[in-house]
Write a protein that binds this ligand. Sequence first.
Ligand SMILES: [Cu+2]
Length: 487
Amino acid sequence: MRKNEERRNFLAQGAAATAGLFAAGAVSGQEPTAPSQMKMNHADHESGGGFPRMKAGLGGPIGSPTDRGKLVPGYRDPNLPAVEVIAPDLQKMSGKMVRGAREFHLRATPARRELLPGIWMDAYGYNDLFPGPVLEMTQGERVRIVFRNDLPEETTLHPHGLELPVSMDGIPAVTQDYVKPGETFVYEFDVHQEGSYFLHPHVAMQEAVGMVVPFIIHPKVAHTPAVDRDFVLVAQQFSILPNATVPNSNAMDWNFLTLNGRSGPYTTPLVCKLGERVRIRFINFSTLHQHPMHLHGHTFWITGTEGGRIPDSAWIPSNNVVVGVAQSRDVEFIANNPGDWVLHCHMFHHMMNHMTSQVGPIIRQKENDPGFQVPGYPQIMKGMSSMKMEGMDGMKMDGMKTMPEGDNEYAMKMTMEDMKKITSRRETHGMRDGWYKGVKGLFSVLRVLPPELYDKLMNTGEPIPPNTSTPWDPHGKNMPMHEMHQS
Ligand SMILES: [Cu+2]
């Protein structure tokens, strides 16, 4: 058995090296559905054809198909159509075929969103949502968007990045008249591209208050190597001043950073099975900032942009992809490193909310926090100490030992009900006790779970105690929470 396995790996690596040699030739004039990859049969799935599918590791030599998992397929049958996208915390629409076109109905509307438990934003969106809803379709289809303006002001709908007839481009004055309040305009065009696109109004101050619709076009034939999961995440930033719920679209300084309309730790984790091939589509619909999106514990390949699929000869390995304003970046990797891995923007001001001069800096507020004594570090502000919640320390509830204490102003204001919104979500069960203290602002978590744990978590209602997915403890004992340093 072991011998056979070694032989299989050896053969796969040989095939890998050969395929690597001819990769450049195969890629030129490449069909989008026929990348230069070796074939991997099901027997090779467990081993990943020489790539360590179930633990961290590099795979074949640089330039080979197994190099950092580059062309290692997921478990999904490559003959199946592309897998549907998963949009945590968003709603999706796949439309309906009407008179030869995939028809969607979108209304521009005011929309409310709870960015964090208890923190609401009143803005604009579509169908009472923002961002979203996510529209999904297939390359080659005709798309009809019956668009009605239910805002109290004029707007249009612009299909961003699409090669369509100019009359469908949605630019006020240049290609069409504004759609006035109460009016309907039908956008209809053939979609010959594939990739991660989005719709938005072509009215700058409306874009700044949330209006964006992810527009995901699957290729006619699923890309290879096949992915098992296809996530979409939309990054946005807002300025919500004290005592306001409406974002200030004029601001040049932001205090709320969101992924799919929520800030960490309210962003719902991306859950996958160990060994799967995962795609994440990042869309940046922020007013002014890039987001260097960083995934821990894995190396991904950058496989697509807002212009569609990149030929595999030009993919770039990375763990951090800069997503500029109005850009999208698709990345793919084999989730081969078990555990709960943060996935976040690496701009320090985006790694938490309220990093803005307008509403005061996040501060060290506990005198026993070693950072508190650092000269020059923003320290306790006058009056803040009186805001501490009384009697909350040591309270117990499902899935956690204590209330988050003193981590930031928001944590201090959270109620038990708010906390429950964060910790009661099934996708968070089994994470390390107190995980939510280290997940803020433009943060999410990728959970790479052994198959049995995944099935128990996502397909049963069985209780999963804290510390199940990250049970290892380098210090041989559980450190008390107050000694932990989260950053
Ligand atoms: Cu950022």
